[in-house]
Ligand binder design. Sequence first.
Ligand SMILES: *Cc1c(COP(=O)(O)O)cnc(C)c1O
Length: 401
Amino acid sequence: MAEHVTRADFDLYMFPNYAPPDMVIVRGEGSRVWDQEGRVYIDLAGGIAVNCLGHANPDLVEALTDQARRLWHLSNAYANEPAIGLAKRLCELTFATKVFLTNSGAEANEGALKLARRYAVDQGHPDKYEIISFEKSFHGRTLFTVSVGGTPAYSEGFGPRPGGITHLPYNDLAAVEKAMSERTCAVMVEPVIGEGGIIPADPEFLEGLRSLCDRHGALLIFDEVQSGVGRTGDLYAYMGVGVVPDILTTAKGLGGGFPVAAVLSTDPVAASFVVGTHGSTFGGNALAGAVASRVLDIVAERDFLLEVKRKEALMVELLEGVRARHGHIADIRSRGLWIGVELSSEMAGRSKDVATAALAEGVMVLRAGADVVRFAPALNIPDEDIVEGVSLFGKALAGLV
Ligand SMILES: *Cc1c(COP(=O)(O)O)cnc(C)c1O
């Protein structure tokens, strides 16, 4: 039994880099959670697009506890069945023929970027190290990934940043064409910008990046940390667009709440990570492998993904109703159960106020910048919770002036 702690202890004992609301969540089931006071909330945030099968999903509890009784961890000094099984499953389901397992989105992207640079060196091009990425994109919080990301404020104030990185406007193919050269080793892109506001790439943009990378011998890296594992209604967003990357990173939804991530690639590229080039103590953890394999078994089913698209249509229709009734909404963008509600000009900069008001009504939502409210609920959220959650959200919005 854990020691009794309160929200005040958060401020006493934890680094001040987060400022969560004034409550502590103690339990979750499906798409509902309860706080220490017994208050219930509908969860339309999904732990930031992580809890793709809801809280305490019985299948995942079974996968985790079965594995917990057998074997937890060995490190990569020894092979284990769940890790191999997860890698095999990811290869069967995607373009990949090789997988590197790790723990978080940032670590997966760090690995992808190091892989791209090492691959260029191995091809005999030590000067081919430049990385092109995009404004508004988010790739994680390590010093390298935060520097590749498109929010300069996140990487300022930590001393010298890694070099060889160029940021360009998203969806601007002409800018990429102009900036790309024989020194470009990789282009890293989110097929749908998540943290930056749920902004989908134009299909022609991704197709154009593919052919520019081919022309310049650069690797195309899709950061599918947030867009992957069924979030968009396709298992991976690239499948919906039909543009295949050389490297893909996946994390958030992969473990349904258990920390796990992976770098996916093909044999010729993966070959650059020879023994000793890269590693991770926790990557390939047996518990993570068991849980993530079970997540994929469920989410990759065609009927499950069709349901995601049906629930998307329901949720967007209800949000359109909120817009018609209360205004305050300029735009609603969705890709699967991943929805950005852009606030209208009179509400500019107030996504935090909206999230706070929504919580007071009993519904958890996310933000994606100052002007966008983001929804990333469990992919199996019951229709009733969508209906009630959006209704509470509408009430919160109407109460704001
Ligand atoms: C969340 C996110 C990351 C970082 O993942 P962490 O697990 O927080 O390190 C990277 N890229 C994208 C697109 C993300 O949404």
